[in-house]
Design a protein around this ligand. Structure first.
Ligand code: ATP
Length: 234
């Protein structure tokens, strides 16, 4: 970890009276595998959307690769970021391969890479099937493949293992480990501490729009700043 790839300073986001993100400071190093954990409504998705420039912050600063997340200059940086949203809209009538072609066109990526990506996420055999017939786990794999289009250097994955069976979860983390070896930085969210605690370099615990604890799993396990309910999970 040589540099801070993501720098978030005192970021707030309010929806009317709801403080979805309430003063977050966070830095993620280049090459890090970083977990953002919290219950429903903690503010994880909102923070993701602000890091991607999909949602403006009410106040505060976000920089990625030294570039502020706004304006024309950020569009270049954005091209090197892969994003798996919490629920990706898919066209049921398209096949898996057609779906990936669709996303490749959206991103301006060569569609020739699509079959290999489907293979990587374990969907080679289902490439010609319509998405209508995909299980939740298969849709999630397809969403992951979409996030990997264009060999991104930074990945934001919002609840990537949601809907995956245990084998799918293992395969997902195997791919993440490979990506990390290749120097890709990954930020992922989860509700399930037990699932990510041995797999991330550091994690942040979010609650009510704030980061309640931040550090390596080792440090958090012994730390006093961990909320009791989460300490029990350790
Ligand atoms: P989940 O795990 O359920 O996705 P989360 O940690 O990602 O939760 P967010 O989706 O960021 O949490 O939501 C944070 C808070 O902001 C919640 O109280 C939510 O109801 C509220 N919120 C999110 N989006 C909107 C919106 N578009 N309008 C109003 N309130 C919103």
């Amino acid at each position: 970890m040589t540099e801070q790839l993501i720098e978030i300073r005192n970021v707030h986001k309010a929806y009317g009276a709801v403080k979805a993100v309430d003063g977050v400071d966070l830095a993620v190093g280049s090459g890090e595998l970083f977990g953002l954990i919290g219950h429903n409504g903690a503010g994880k998705t909102t923070l993701f959307k602000m890091m991607l420039g999909l949602l403006p912050a009410s106040s505060g600063d976000i920089h990625i690769g030294g570039q502020a997340v706004r304006g024309e200059a950020f569009r270049q940086v954005r091209r090197s970021i892969g994003y798996l949203p919490e629920s990706l809209a898919l066209y049921d009538n398209l096949t898996g391969l057609e779906t990936l072609h669709f996303f490749a066109r959206l991103k301006g990526v060569d569609r020739a890479t699509c079959p290999a990506l489907l293979d990587r996420v374990g969907l080679a055999g289902a490439a010609g099937q319509r998405v209508r017939n995909y299980s939740k786990g298969m849709r999630q794999r397809l969403g992951f493949a979409q996030a990997l289009l264009g060999t991104p250097r930074l990945l934001f994955l919002d609840e990537p293992t949601n809907g995956l069976d245990p084998q799918g979860i293992l395969e997902f983390y195997r791919i993440l480990a490979e990506l990390r070896q290749g120097g890709v930085t990954v930020v992922l969210t989860s509700h399930i501490l037990a699932e990510i605690q041995q797999r991330v370099d550091r994690l942040a615990l979010m609650r009510n729009g704030r980061i309640q604890a931040l550090g390596t799993v080792q440090a958090l396990r012994h730390g006093q700043d961990l909320p009791l309910t989460l300490r029990v999970s350790f």
